[in-house]
Design a protein around this ligand. Structure first.
Ligand SMILES: [Zn+2]
Length: 467
């Protein structure tokens, strides 16, 4: 009783004691009216992002890195960006190892014969057309596999389970992605003949989630696949019956060196060519199972649409450079190639959109320490979109990371990831998963960022002649 009363008193007192005196609050910052008008225009009227996402996913579809499909996507991008009025539109090519998928299947032979739905992970070894057959050995986590004696694994097909749950910030992907990223190498080093993991996903559809992994530490490539979440749960139930489980696994794939990929670059030229650049982008490539709508057609579309809204408004002081990075999925090849060529240029900001198309809910930036006035302006202008500042946030984005490492100041706009890992890297990554209203909110947010950091937009100023 006493405790309850005390708790009540504390609860009642809290708002008073937590309230800061208005004389000690920082100076008020309100949104710039020009920026607010651009933001609200994009929020209501943007159609560029939808048109780009719909066009790319319909007219090209899947765009697996360094394949003929990704090359067609680059051609599509150059044509579309040029037609939209961007300047200096060009492709910067690079080479990389290319991996492609063939026939794949998984089947329990005993004790309860049945088929399971599976997809190979990137850079998986190939079983050949006849597949491999082996006993299943179960691990609850990648660490459980790590501490297992080699004798428990040798000659077997490893199965790693996990317990990933949906989260707004998508944070489970870091920890629960370990079975995919490290599992195949550890299994191979311990003498396993193959590995299947529970898909790194949060859905219960019978869609496998692919994704990249590498064989490191001298590990020989072995066949590595992802079972769908329901199939992984089925396999767990079968294993719980306590009888030996035998699987036939067929994952046919090919890998060869010297594949061609490339970054597509486009600019809105600034009035001052020497002013530090605003760098924004997403990745053009996708996995091959879906049409890569949320990963990452929407990302390149959001950034391109935001830059286009600035272009439509006039000429910014700073050049805006939009990059549609190639080959992000198999290991960030495009981002590395870009940084090698352009990492030493001067940047005012670097940002990326690669987490779907659901609404942005918070942001963080290096500007908090390097340019607090600009950071406060951003916070004021983004707040009407429901976006809060996250003073503890960090840099984000595989493609811009090497350029940020080279010194570019970063900005991260966090999208709501609650349903992202239901579709991520699956056949279900298709256009219908994109909510046009949330897509427009993304465009409005990035338009706000570009307008705030543009150095001023001159509406009278003519765009220079395109090259
Ligand atoms: Zn992506």
């Amino acid at each position: 009783m006493k405790r309850t009363l005390l708790a009540l008193l504390l609860t009642a007192a809290a708002p008073v004691s937590a309230q800061q005196s208005i004389t000690t609050l920082p100076a008020p910052v309100v949104a710039d009216s020009r920026v607010a008008a651009l933001r609200d225009g994009a929020l209501t009227n943007d159609h560029y992002a939808w048109d780009l996402t719909e066009g790319l996913t319909t007219e090209v579809g899947q765009r697996l890195a360094a394949t003929e499909a990704e090359a067609r996507a680059r051609d599509w991008a150059v044509k579309r960006l040029t037609a939209m009025g961007f300047a200096n539109v060009h492709v910067e090519p690079f080479t990389m190892p290319v991996w492609t998928r063939g026939a794949e299947s998984a089947e329990i032979l005993s004790p309860f014969p049945q088929k399971l739905a599976v997809a190979a992970l990137g850079y998986s070894g190939s079983t050949g057309p006849n597949g491999i057959t082996g006993g299943i050995v179960y691990f609850d986590s990648v660490d459980a596999l790590r501490i297992a004696p080699d004798s428990a694994v040798r000659g077997k097909i490893v199965f790693i389970d996990h317990h990933m749950m949906p989260a707004q910030d998508g944070s489970g992907y870091g920890q629960f992605g370990a079975p995919r990223r490290q599992g195949p190498t550890i299994a191979s080093l311990k003498g396993a003949i193959g590995i299947v993991i529970r898909s790194i996903g949060t859905d219960h559809h019978r869609n496998p989630h692919t994704g990249v992994q590498y064989f490191t530490d001298g590990a020989e490539p072995i066949p590595a696949g992802a079972l769908t979440v329901p199939d992984a749960e089925q396999l767990v139930r079968i294993l719980k019956r306590g009888m030996p489980v035998t699987m036939r696994l067929t994952l046919v794939s090919e890998k060869h060196e010297g594949g061609q990929s490339g970054n597509v670059i486009a600019e809105v030229p600034g009035r001052d060519p020497k002013a530090p650049i605003l760098l924004v982008g997403g990745h053009l490539d996708s996995w091959d199972l879906g049409t890569g709508a949320i990963d990452d057609a929407s990302g390149v579309a959001i950034m391109t649409a935001a830059a286009k809204h600035i272009m439509d408004a006039g000429r910014p002081l700073r050049t805006i450079r939009v990059v549609w990075f190639g080959a992000e999925e198999p290991g960030g090849f495009g981002g590395k190639a870009y940084a090698e060529a352009h990492g030493r240029e001067a940047y005012a900001i670097a940002g990326e959109s690669d987490f779907g198309a659901d609404r942005i809910w918070r942001f963080a930036s290096k500007l908090m320490t390097t340019d607090p006035a600009a950071y406060a302006q951003l916070a004021a202008s983004l707040a009407p979109l429901g976006i809060t500042k996250n003073d503890k946030g960090g840099a984000d984005g595989t493609d811009v990371e090497p350029t940020i490492d080279a010194g570019a100041p970063w900005i991260s706009l966090s999208q709501d990831g609650t349903r992202y890992f239901d579709y991520h890297h699956t056949p279900d990554d298709t256009l219908d998963k994109i909510d046009p209203a949330q897509l427009r909110q993304n465009v409005a947010a990035w338009t706000t960022v570009l307008a705030t950091l543009s150095g001023g937009i001159e509406s009278g100023a003519k765009q220079p002649k395109r090259r």
